[in-house]
Design a protein. Structure first.
Length: 311
């Protein structure tokens, strides 16, 4: 690959945390294919962060695997950072690439085998290493956004998560927010447009001023700026946790039912405090994971206070 292909299409049509865990793999492509134009097939909302990685030249708007890829023009190399196939492999194959870099799947070449227990960052680095790319799993940092933070130096409480199995109870988030507010911290609560009711509940139960509710008012650029400039982030296993990792913002992360060994921050980063009781379960479940419920508000407050002292 001394000359290298000129047009590379990478599929990662998932969410915020999925993009951020793929950053080391994307950067490996950039280093290994100098001069190539790298297009990422991903949700359009992620475009600002995708470009901030320094590894992506453009975003092809794709959300999930249900619809055909929009026209991408000629593709020299397609890279599947989405899954193990066959559906994701088939979607990329429809772009008629000259070469497909992907995990092994009948009918789609001889890539490496899939390891279901592998950390998400390591997985995609290993895939690219199998094709001769030098990928560093620790290469997760993003530059601080130029956008000003809507709450500089605040403690950010983010109670939402994609599925109920990963949502710690609102009253416990509120107890943590209240304790930190009483300790002199400015506390704000975030959430996406569909999480406004949850955020309002946390604000109300914590006795915070209504101005502390930033839910639905922080598009991705502003959310990234908020996390980058925060004193501390408290959240579950969700995209905001990966933003804290990307900006090396101190965090308290509440894990369950997925172990942090698969989706948590990299080892050796003392600024991230992970709470996990060892229980595994369905990350797409409709009720909170029993192990997640074993984490008390007092444990989270203690972890938060320690993180603030050391920050």
């Amino acid at each position: 690959m001394a000359v290298g292909p000129r047009r590379v299409l990478v599929l990662r049509a998932l969410g915020l945390g999925d993009l951020l865990t793929a950053v080391p793999a994307l950067r490996a492509l950039r280093r290994g294919l100098p001069g190539a134009r790298i297009t990422l097939a991903a949700p359009a909302v992620l475009s600002p962060l995708a470009r901030a990685t320094g590894a992506v030249d453009g975003v092809l708007p794709v959300d999930g695997l249900e619809h055909p890829l929009p026209p991408a023009g000629p593709v020299d190399v397609a890279v599947n950072l989405h899954g193990r196939g066959p559906q994701s492999h088939r979607l990329l194959a429809s772009a008629a690439p000259r070469r497909l870099l992907a995990f092994a799947c009948p009918g789609y070449g001889d890539g490496p085998g899939w390891d279901p227990d592998e950390h998400e960052v390591t997985r995609w680095c290993r895939l690219l290493a199998a094709f001769g790319f030098d990928a560093d799993p620790g290469d997760l940092d993003l530059p601080a956004p130029a956008t000003p933070s809507p709450a500089p130096g605040a403690v950010v409480v983010h109670p939402g998560a994609a599925f109920p199995a990963r949502r710690w109870p609102a009253d416990r988030f509120a107890a943590v927010a209240s304790a930190l507010r009483d300790g002199g911290e400015r506390v704000v609560v975030t959430g996406g447009p569909g999480e406004a009711a949850l955020a309002r509940r946390v604000v109300r139960l914590a006795g915070l001023d209504e101005t502390a509710d930033l839910s639905g008012r922080t598009p991705l650029r502003e959310l990234a700026a908020l996390i980058a400039d925060a004193r501390l982030v408290i959240c579950g296993d969700t995209g905001v946790a990966h933003l804290a990792t990307a900006f090396r913002t101190p965090s308290v992360l509440l894990f369950g039912p997925t172990p942090p060994g698969r989706w948590g921050p990299p080892p050796g980063r003392a600024e991230h405090h992970v709470l996990w009781t060892g229980h595994r379960g369905d990350p797409h479940g409709r009720v909170p994971c029993p192990g997640l419920l074993e984490i008390s508000a007092d444990q989270a407050v203690d972890a938060a206070e320690k993180a603030l002292v050391n920050s």
